[in-house]
Design a protein around this ligand. Structure first.
Ligand code: GUN
Ligand code: ZN
Length: 451
């Protein structure tokens, strides 16, 4: 940590966030906070003060070392990506198949490379850079079966004190031999990683059985045992993504009522459990997700790219299930949360469902934080929260510049950013109060210094 990290930082500009958790989408708009000319004061990585520049300027102390004024930009809380795969960092857009063939042909070969510590270390830097340049400041990440992949990712995240949830994939069948662990080894390796990294700084551990088809019941039992021993660790896995996958799960676990029950039976559901996809859920599974207060990651670009299906957001809302947005790299086709929201909008359009710019904004920020049970720490500009935020450039391209001038209100501006935006729209990213990525003509990446 550099000394500048302990200094007071003042950020001036146009701010937008959602003031409170909204369990009902209809409440989001009335909770939007907009400061046309606002001020954010940060001390030691935490938000000290947030409000109008006019009210706040007098309280900026004389010793305030840093004062960034972001003119003609929009400053928002950092984006939350609730599900993606570190070892698939560079295979985005691999041609061809649906889920199970895609795993065999693209995902597993890429994951095999992570037995090599040097490769894992190099890829961790690449992966974190991809997140930062896309404005993602919190992510829930699957690593490979190799514990060293978790070490590499956590150590890269720790360099900038980034909030990352991650875990070693547990997988003891139906994958290439080199990628298999065993119930016992996966238990011991996961446990050692939890003991070393869970709650170290801003790092959090997720027990990560890949999905039901790649774990024996014995391994799922060990995952449940870990959850019992470490109740505040997360669980992350996949659920009901693809029709062929679902049929396979039914054959592998005939004694369970449905796919969700395979996890529930082994003690893997609950408020800190995050289930990716949930595209083809049965009525009972929706109810059980609600009853257990489990969360869903909505992965629109992946669901479209792998031809998995259309997620039913309306149903998730009716069932009052916490939802977060997710890129699902590398089944998903972008690291950009803006592009992910744009594809979510289209998925909802195809089903005649409503997805306002505010709904989208909420899910990428405070809603995502809530899905990860982190809304007390991140997701908006409340005093005391961790200072992770993004400076959006609504004029990143000539077309966007025209739309910026035409936008009549902040909803129009936000929608244009969502539909046309991508990593070019991310002007600056701050993590833990420090500038970690800047996108001027000449691009620079910062690690810990606030300069
Ligand atoms: N189900 C099990 N593993 C994976 C994966 O790596 N990606 C996706 N999209 N689905 C999965
Ligand atoms: Zn996934």
């Amino acid at each position: 940590m550099t000394d500048t990290h302990h200094a007071l930082v003042a950020i001036r500009g146009r701010f937008l966030d959602v003031a409170a958790v909204c369990d009902n989408a209809s409440l989001i708009e009335e909770n939007i906070r907009h400061h046309e000319d606002g001020l954010l004061l940060i001390k030691e990585g935490r938000i000290e003060w947030f409000g109008d520049w006019n009210k706040g300027q007098e309280i900026i102390p004389a010793n305030c070392l840093l004062h960034h004024h972001h003119r003609d930009k929009l400053i928002v809380p950092g984006f939350v990506d609730t599900h993606l795969h570190f070892p698939q960092a560079e295979i985005v857009g691999s041609y061809g198949e649906q889920l199970l063939q895609w795993l065999e042909n693209h995902a597993f070969p890429a994951e095999k490379q992570f037995h090599d510590a040097a490769h894992a270390t190099e890829m961790a830097d690449f992966f974190i850079d991809q997140l930062l340049r896309n404005g993602t400041t919190t992510a829930s990440v699957f690593c490979s079966v190799h514990p060293r992949s978790v070490v590499a990712l956590f150590e890269a995240a720790e360099q900038i004190n980034m909030r990352v949830i991650a875990g070693k994939v547990m997988m003891d069948r139906n994958a290439p031999q080199e990628l298999l662990d065993s119930p016992k080894s996966s238990y011991c390796e996961s446990k050692a990683l939890i003991e070393k990294y869970h709650k170290r700084g801003r790092l959090l551990y997720a027990i990560t059985p890949r999905f039901a088809p790649t774990s024996t019941p014995e391994q799922l039992e060990m995952a449940g045992k870990l959850k019992q021993e470490f109740p505040d660790a997360y669980i992350q896995t996949h659920l009901s993504e693809n029709l062929e996958e679902i049929e396979w799960v039914k054959k592998l676990f005939p004694e369970q009522d449905n796919y969700f029950d395979v996890y529930h039976h082994h003690g893997l559901t609950g408020p800190r459990s995050i289930f990716a996809h949930c595209v083809h859920l049965e009525a009972q599974e929706w109810d059980r997700l609600h009853e257990t207060d489990s969360a869903i990651s909505f992965c629109p670009t992946s669901n479209l790219f792998l031809g998995s299906g259309l997620f039913d957001m309306q149903k998730a809302r009716e069932k009052k299930i916490r939802i977060g947005m997710a890129t699902d790299i590398g089944g998903g086709t972008t690291y950009s949360m803006l592009q992910t929201l744009s594809e979510a909008y289209k998925v909802m359009q195809l089903q005649g469902q409503r997805f306002t710019p505010w709904d989208a904004f909420y899910l990428a920020t405070l809603g995502g934080a809530r899905a990860l049970s982190l809304d007390h720490l991140i997701g908006n500009f409340d005093t005391g929260k961790e200072a992770d935020f993004v400076v959006l450039d609504p004029q990143a391209t000539p077309l966007q510049t025209r739309q910026f001038k035409r936008a009549e209100n902040s909803a129009d501006l936000l929608f244009s950013l969502i539909v046309l935006g991508d990593e070019r729209s991310i002007s600056h990213t701050y993590v833990d109060g420090c500038l970690v990525h800047e996108r001027p003509v000449k691009e620079k990446t910062f690690r810990r210094s606030c300069e």
